[in-house]
Design a protein. Structure first.
Length: 203
């Protein structure tokens, strides 16, 4: 068969066909990367506006104080025996108060130390769950006075009377059922541990 110029040109173009088909995919990937980067940037701005750096220590401190107070209030109601012990034994009350204060300080220190990681984690979570258009709308709202007040109030809501009462109720129920739950756990574990002790040791 005589190889004409058109046929030769067609044969030369065959290896290039897959490349020509794949080319449109490159801009698509680049566009997706650009969208993901834009979403993350916008999400970071939203989180920064929600928790301004200058207010974080005060926000975290208020949140921790309220949460601890609510939980302890529920614990005392859920465990009258513990409440009576602390009420009747000043030294026990002092030791318990010192323990609670230390736990609050440690928790607050952990929160402050890991704030950058928390901020980034929240931003990434927002970026994964919302489109760029949605994030842009959210950012616009957060930049308004009402929007800023709304999102910045979040960490302080634990001191609101209604939320405080709900949290105390949850803590009270958890504390009240704790002895029974511990006994149930020990009962369920007893035969398992007994069987493990009775099993011959592996050489």
């Amino acid at each position: 068969m005589k190889v004409t110029a058109p046929v030769l040109a067609a044969l030369m173009l065959v290896p290039l066909a897959p490349m020509a088909q794949a080319a449109p995919g490159v801009p698509a990937a680049t566009a997706a990367d650009a969208d993901a980067a834009a979403r993350l940037t916008t999400a970071r701005a939203i989180v920064e506006l929600s928790m301004p750096e200058s207010q974080r220590d005060a926000m975290f401190g208020q949140m921790m104080d309220a949460m601890m107070a609510n939980m302890l209030g529920g614990m005392m109601k859920g465990d009258p025996k513990l409440a009576a012990t602390l009420r009747e034994n000043p030294e026990a009350a002092r030791v318990f108060a010192a323990f609670v204060a230390r736990q609050k300080q440690l928790s607050l220190a952990d929160l402050k130390q890991t704030t950058p990681e928390m901020i980034e984690a929240i931003a990434q979570a927002y970026a994964r769950r919302f489109t760029l258009a949605e994030l842009t709308q959210i950012e616009a709202f957060v930049r308004t006075d009402a929007g800023a007040r709304f999102v910045q109030a979040g960490p302080t809501l634990f001191s609101d009377p209604a939320i405080a009462a709900w949290q105390r109720g949850i803590a009270e129920k958890a504390q009240a059922r704790m002895p029974a739950e511990i006994n149930r756990l020990l009962t369920d574990l007893k035969p398992v541990l007994k069987d493990a002790d009775a099993a011959p040791a592996k050489s």
